[in-house]
Design a protein around this ligand. Structure first.
Ligand SMILES: Cc1cc2nc3c(=O)[nH]c(=O)nc-3n(C[C@H](O)[C@H](O)[C@H](O)COP(=O)(O)O)c2cc1C
Length: 346
């Protein structure tokens, strides 16, 4: 697989210009029980939380999206400004491009200029297998230094690989590579899906390793199958366009995946809920189901292209909605969110 400037750019452009969401957003099937007598004051609601030993201003992470081509630097910078302002976590997209071409390092490294409490490095799992353990550790250190990361994400994106014309759907050895990495890397390793979710049995296998967290990256938001469908259409590649359409809604819905991964791991490691989070209400639902934090990607991309103020406006709105939800369910602390009633229609 050759990461070209145009492919990373295409992913962002297609995500903005086309409707690449799954056909159903499963957060609409989750309802929180309204508390008509909340007995808390909205302004006293405390939405701060802790993740991997760091205090976050809200249980939110700006999920991995981009880096590795010239225009990505500005996108990452705009996102970073909001992550700093609200003291929330932030990930960058796969850093492979900058390992292959050092001149691209600052398209990720720009986020080091911002005081972000938790930065997440990112690489695809199949890359670990190609590199082998020794080179993986060397490259992981380079990626960590590139953005001064406190957490290292290994991304599972086999849906995308199998749909993409140039994809490498080679998954053999990924589990062992992740296991060894988690044993030897000095910072926490998080395993993250990118839109197809983590099942009970995968989470159970992962729970037997030294990984420190799971980002379930479930179905309901951005569909990489959809993105690859549109990429294939750009070059009249009917076969891959068809595949992208067929698998558009493949995966485990994010709310279900939170419950499955949580149960399989006995909730002993943080579960991060990425996939389809559009607002603070969706984020609150994820926390109520047991996630430690909610991850948001596509919903921030449009504003990230516009500028810092636009992302700040969006994240501020999301946090205000989260606060409003906490008030309406009568909860003044994030840690109490799992005490409230949740109805699930999936
Ligand atoms: C343009 C774009 C690029 C992405 N690149 C990556 C990536 O490099 N690594 C990764 O782990 N996830 C990547 N993702 C997946 C997101 O982190 C997230 O898991 C997914 O988009 C679902 O969240 P959403 O519904 O909020 O968009 C990307 C998403 C988008 C929209």
């Amino acid at each position: 697989m050759n990461i070209t400037e145009s492919r990373k750019d295409e992913h962002v452009r297609i995500s903005i210009e086309k409707d690449v969401a799954a056909h159903h957003n499963y957060w609409d099937d989750v309802k929180l029980t309204h508390n008509a007598l909340p007995e808390v004051n909205k302004d006293e609601v405390d939405h701060s939380t802790k993740l991997f030993g760091k205090k976050l201003g809200a249980p939110l992470i700006i999920s991995a999206m981009t880096g590795g081509y010239t225009k990505a630097k500005k996108i990452n910078e705009n996102l970073a400004a909001a992550a700093e302002k609200f003291q929330i976590g932030m990930g960058v997209g796969s850093q492979r491009a900058a390992l292959e071409n050092e001149s691209l390092r600052d398209t990720y490294g720009i986020i080091k200029d911002y005081d972000i409490p938790l930065r997440f490095a990112n690489i695809g799992a199949s890359q670990l297998v190609i590199w082998g353990h020794k080179k993986t550790l060397e490259n992981a250190q380079k990626m960590i230094d590139m953005i001064d990361a406190q957490v290292f994400i290994v991304c599972l994106n086999f849906l995308q690989e199998v749909i993409q014309a140039e994809g490498e759907a080679n998954a053999k050895g990924s589990f062992d590579a992740i296991k060894k990495l988690a044993e030897d890397l000095e910072i926490p390793v998080v395993v993250k899906e990118s839109g197809a979710g983590i099942s009970y049995s995968v989470a159970e296998r992962l729970s037997k390793t030294k990984i420190s967290g799971i980002d379930v990256g479930g179905l309901g938001g951005t569909s990489f199958s959809a993105i690859e469908h549109f990429r294939a259409k750009l070059i009249d590649d009917d076969l891959h366009a068809r595949g992208g359409n067929t698998f558009w809604d493949w995966g485990i819905p994010t709310p279900t995946s939170i419950l499955e991964a949580g149960d399989a791991t006995d909730w002993k490691i943080p579960i991060i809920a990425t996939g389809g989070i559009r607002n603070g209400l969706d984020a609150a639902k994820a926390i109520a189901l047991g996630a430690t934090c909610a991850g948001i990607a596509r919903a921030l991309l449009e504003s990230a292209i516009k500028g810092k103020e636009a992302v700040i406006y969006e994240v501020d709105a999301i946090i205000k909605e989260l606060r409003a939800t906490m008030f309406l369910v009568g909860i003044d602390k994030v840690s109490k969110m799992t005490d409230i009633g949740v109805d699930l229609w999936i």
